[in-house]
Design a protein around this ligand. Sequence first.
Ligand code: ATP
Length: 369
Amino acid sequence: MKKIILARLSLITPPGSRTDLLTSGMILPDQVMVEGGKVVIPVNVPPDYPGDLAEVQSLIEDRLHSLDGIENLLVVLTAERPAAPQPTATEPPKLKKRPTEAPGRDMRPHSAAVPGIRTIIAVASGKGGVGKSTTAVNLALALRSLGLRVGLLDADIYGPSMPRLLAITERPRIEDDVVHPVEQYGIKVMSMGFLMQEESPVIWRGPMVVTALMQMTREVNWGELDVLVLDMPPGTGDAQLTMAQQVPLQGAVIVSTPQDLALIDARKGLKMFKQVDVPILGIVENMSTFFCPHCGQQSDIFGHGGAEQDARRLGVPFLGAIPLHMTIREMSDAGTPVVISEPDGIHARHYRDIALRVATRLFPEEDDD
Ligand SMILES: Nc1ncnc2c1ncn2[C@@H]1O[C@H](COP(=O)(O)OP(=O)(O)OP(=O)(O)O)[C@@H](O)[C@H]1O
């Protein structure tokens, strides 16, 4: 499918350009994401591009429209903004300390830090449905409850869930071409879901950076953050690999269920981050044990402990286990994640323990404070 899409794109020479979209580098094959029927095409428009950006977008849409198998096509126009004034070195840093350099960070090509954001971490899973988004949202809120300034970026292009999990009905504010994230429960939130809705296509047309995700990371006015939590799309395909390469990640949290199959998938996730030299902060075992809502009895339906053993075998930290509990799902569905709705409950405590382990790894020298 991707080959056919690329072949069609190579037939498009946009007005004002002498070569086609691929030859000119406006579309980089590696950045084209195809998953199931969903296709995302980032178009890197040169800053001096003389033509009409909307025209480029419709040329692509027209050319791909008739292809069987495309259910959802997203053409993301991205253009390098003329260098925005960066905070000068003399500006007083608001942060007490910089985090320690994580191993290998400097080896990665796109490790340029995002001004104002101390650390960016990815929450990822080898496969869908293991509770990655539930973990990401509760982890972000638990990090916040530890006193950190937290942002949450829902980068799950295929199934953005943060607006629902956090009961956000508001849209991000756009002022002077700058997007301001939505604030909810004390954290700043951006979601692909906000941008994909019909009524705000303006965000995609404005001057943007290299990819949609880079735009969401760098072009959004996050203010000062200690941690930006990135909820990655599930899986370990090209899309995830590109994201892991493009964003300056300090580390990754892998979410897995205890089932063997999920663990095999989790291993793929670990491998992917190692491949791009992103340190693994640890594994969270989700849905580890089942608590019956009626009798309160605990049962290890999926064989609890698999992730912990796996983590040990693979030499990566084990961050903690979250039980399969009706309350966690119900609270998520209600838009009030359990860390918010039952802050003194056992589940919130589990998430806070995990958050503490993550924070300790991200800011080791602040333990002394
Ligand atoms: N520990 C848990 N206890 C009970 N229900 C849970 C738990 N973790 C997640 N769930 C529920 O499982 C379902 C899937 O969770 P979630 O959407 O977080 O998974 P995901 O891995 O992000 O999925 P996707 O791959 O579709 O993005 C949701 O209904 C969620 O409420």
